[in-house]
Design a protein around this ligand. Sequence first.
Ligand code: VG1
Ligand code: CO
Length: 628
Amino acid sequence: MAAPSLRLEGSFALSVLPSTSISPLIAAPRVVAAAPRPIPLFRRSLPSPISRRSCRFAVKASSAPPTAEELKISTISTKPVEGQKTGTSGLRKKVKVFQEENYLANWIQALFNSLPPEDYKGGVLVLGGDGRYFNREAAQIIIKIAAGNGVGKILVGRDGLMSTPAVSAVIRKRGANGGFIMSASHNPGGPEYDWGIKFNYSSGQPAPESITDKIYGNTLSISEIKIADIPDVDLSSLGVVTYGNFTVEVIDPVSDYLELMENVFDFELIKGLVSRPDFRFTFDAMHAVTGAYAKPIFVDRLGASLDCISNGVPLEDFGHGHPDPNLTYAKDLVKIMYSEDAPDFGAASDGDGDRNMILGRGFFITPSDSVAIIAANAEEAIPYFKDGAKGLARSMPTSGALDRVASKLNLPFFEVPTGWKFFGNLMDAGKLSICGEESFGTGSDHIREKDGIWAVLAWLSIIAYQNKDKKVGEKLVSVADIAKEHWTTYGRNFFSRYDYEECESEGANKMMEYLRDVISKTKSGEKYGRNYTLQFADDFTYKDPVDGRVASKQGLRFVFTDGSRIIYRLSGTGSAGATIRIYIEQFEPDVSKHGTDAQTALKPLIGLALSISKLSEFTGREKPTVIT
Ligand code: VG1
Ligand code: CO
């Protein structure tokens, strides 16, 4: 264990107050400069003019742990704040909102007020984040309120970093009671942009709506916050710090996750591919959390060269980028992959590392196809699935490509609402192995979150497996070959999503109401445009087959007799205005038409989607912000 240390940095200094209980920990304090006045060790925040940024101190290596009495807990009074309702994935708002007095503290306390005490008292919680602006401050607030509510231990990633899938992996591996993820995922970061918080439960899955609804209820009646009187914890290096019955352990955010990946995949197989002189790959971490994972996994463990990784340093504002791996926001990667000298394989991941985008040379794999292709090849190429998958599932708007794989492999199949939280129950019940969402989310029951790096490793495994007997110089089976082969076997589900971001909420809500009204008047057999006959239209309702819970109003669907679909939803992850998503899908069994560009193939259906909804009348928008 590291030598006991107490460190302050900045243009001031330190005078240690005598304290019998802590003195064994600070046998040899190193005084950096002279202090204007003494700083009591057990202060919650540091006195002005010393800013919190310029000052860090750590108490480590507790050889003689202090006694329980030393954890002083204060009760602060507070008032409810409106609007703390969790969306599709956690609570997301502008940073400035989270910085308002007690905004975050209220939500964290409301969460503890909502959990049964046995789920956290004396228990272990994991804490990680995507490195975005405000995470440093937030981590300290969460740690102190957790301590104030009787949590026994917090396992926190070094520098507060841990990807969403890694948090899920750590919760599961270490038998933690749950965990916090400080991230607004694919939303941009920085003082003017977004911050977010998610809570995951003991099997690593995002908290179910039954819990998040309770939290919201408690935010409306909260009156006090319990907070421990401890100093900010130094998160910059690994180690353990203990206050009474409360411990914070700073852990390596990568090692548990990497170990899991090594159990899921055949790393030697992937290494064989990555080290081929005739195979090149590139990974864009978008200056987000997978920057911390890419080097240890792809370079150090799999032997890729360091220049395979771009934007590999996590930054608080993602380098002014929008860490959403799609054709619009990951444009640097798209440009590389469509250039003349493009690598064979390209991938990117989002803010918190749970999304992925997969590209071949000049070829984009839609996420709906990606999960279908992974499912179709998993048994052969990925050791974790060597006995076959238990079942497959997708979110409702995701294309039906996966359905066809499930039916060919004779596997149980599930269609759930948008948001990863709905997959967890099926996995826990042993009904589901591989699942995905059209929104660049792919994953399996190795954890309870979607997993960006897992998807990249899954694709590398498939490519490696398909080329394992190819000698150097022979033409390799490419990403495009794998996709085309898949379409030949299963048919192609053309798919596109149109996003209209930051519309006026009023217009967007009116459009959805109008569509609900249209749906209530539809009849099966009605003609739409020249080619489409309505099978049914509805507002998707899901009944969880495990616990029987019902989730209603999960997306408006128009389903046609040839399997084509138009779906409308409002996003539940935005932080300003309303984002309208339109999902368009059409099945094409004819191989000779598989090469058509998706936008061309879907043109009539897209036109229909815009006219049915009167989108431009309601929102004034002529063009989508993002087309996938
Ligand atoms: C979006 C996606 C959804 C995904 C969610 C969280 O939600 O559509 O499929 O699960 O983001 O992803 P919405 O409600 O905006 O459509 V992440 O990577 O932002 O945690
Ligand atoms: Co994400």
